[in-house]
Design a protein around this ligand. Structure first.
Ligand SMILES: C[S@@+](CC[C@H](N)C(=O)[O-])C[C@H]1O[C@@H](n2cnc3c(N)ncnc32)[C@H](O)[C@@H]1O
Length: 337
């Protein structure tokens, strides 16, 4: 059983975007500069004037039914919120959850309502988990989406998980879950991008960047800024699109890649390893190399837009719709030198 919510009345008040416990924890770990910097960055990111949907999502968050015996478990594929809820309240809950469409990363289950997300992120977790010891480690997850992996990492023993994701909808999906967790649960997501990372050294034991590098127009700077977040000998977990071919090559798509406009650099594994060596990492380990299939990424009732099936060539699934090599992902572990 994990993250059981206390029934003490004083512990049952939940606040949206409640980051004070995070800042206190960073300060206790002598990361005052980080705490101050992130505090300043937050104000604009959660401003309803610049985020048109925020009021709607906040109302849905406020309308989530109350459940004094809620608990969150994360030991199997679906991160699950369970507890006692009437059928009427389950209906209200479902409407609130639907208002946060599209649900991309998961799966989740809320009080018996399964959320079949676009990505079966449990498959990536299964590729990652055997290679990492999370026990007692502080973790930074850059581009964390709605925090699916954060719950799995806490279950695997992480002492703190801080996620960053600039897309406020995903942060709200996280806040929906967090509302049912114990207030002291050490899991936070800030609605910020990697550009908001402080320039001062961080002290995280593990930093993840999964599915982000190819979106960055300056991948070298991304790797440098991730290094800066790590404690000495801390570990980077890097997952990104690669070219599955020998030698040092890099693909820069002329225009879109798998219908995505914002894909910049797809290196071969050897090229990626070179980038990592040049940016101050050592002990590089290729933990996994996998082709992404429609068993892992597909449209569902909780993500009704196009998905991988529509992004691949209908005649040949080894090519994207643009005729480029279809998505293959590498998972690499690297220690800060
Ligand atoms: C392909 S998803 C990967 C999500 C998750 N890490 C995973 O592996 O399943 C990329 C995520 O990175 C976020 N993102 C995009 N640009 C970013 C940036 N500059 N800094 C941090 N996150 C970013 C997106 O909002 C999105 O949630």
């Amino acid at each position: 059983m994990l993250f059981v919510r206390s029934t003490e009345p004083s512990a049952m008040t939940h606040t949206l975007f409640h980051y004070e416990p995070l800042f206190r924890q960073l300060e206790l770990q002598h990361q005052e500069a980080w705490s101050q910097h992130l505090r300043q960055q937050l104000q604009a990111a959660t401003d309803p004037v610049t985020n048109g949907h925020l009021n709607l999502w906040t109302t849905a968050w406020q309308n989530l039914p109350h459940c004094p015996d809620a608990q969150i478990t994360a030991h199997s594929d679906a991160v699950t919120v369970s507890g006692t809820l009437s059928d009427h309240n389950r209906q209200i809950l479902t409407t609130c959850l639907q208002s946060l469409h599209p649900w991309r990363k998961g799966p989740f289950e809320f009080f018996g309502v399964p959320i079949d997300t676009e990505w079966r992120s449990c498959l990536k977790w299964d590729r990652l988990a055997p290679h990492v010891n999370f026990h007692g480690r502080t973790v930074l997850d850059v581009g964390c989406g709605n925090g699916y992996y954060g719950w799995r990492m806490l279950n695997a023993g992480a002492s703190l998980v801080l996620g960053l994701d600039p897309f406020l909808l995903y942060v709200m999906q996280f806040e929906f879950l967090k509302k049912f967790a114990a207030p002291e649960t050490p899991h936070f997501i800030l609605p910020l991008s990697d550009a908001a990372l402080p320039k001062t050294p961080g002290h995280f034991d593990i930093t993840l960047s999964m599915g982000v590098l190819y979106h960055r127009s300056s991948p070298i700077e991304h790797l440098q800024s991730l290094r800066q977040t790590l404690a000495p000998r801390g570990t980077l977990i890097l997952e990104t699109l690669v070219l599955d071919e020998p030698g040092q090559h890099v693909l820069v798509p002329e225009d879109r890649y798998a219908k995505m406009r914002n894909v910049w650099f797809i290196p071969s594994v050897d090229m990626l390893l070179l980038w990592l060596r040049r940016t101050g990492y050592t002990n590089l380990r290729l933990a996994d190399l996998s082709r992404t299939t429609v068993a892992e990424q597909r449209s569902t009732p909780w993500m009704t837009f196009e998905s991988l099936e529509n992004f691949l060539s209908p005649q040949d699934h080894s090519k994207t719709i643009e005729g480029l090599p279809a998505p293959v992902r590498a998972l690499i572990l690297a220690d800060r030198r």
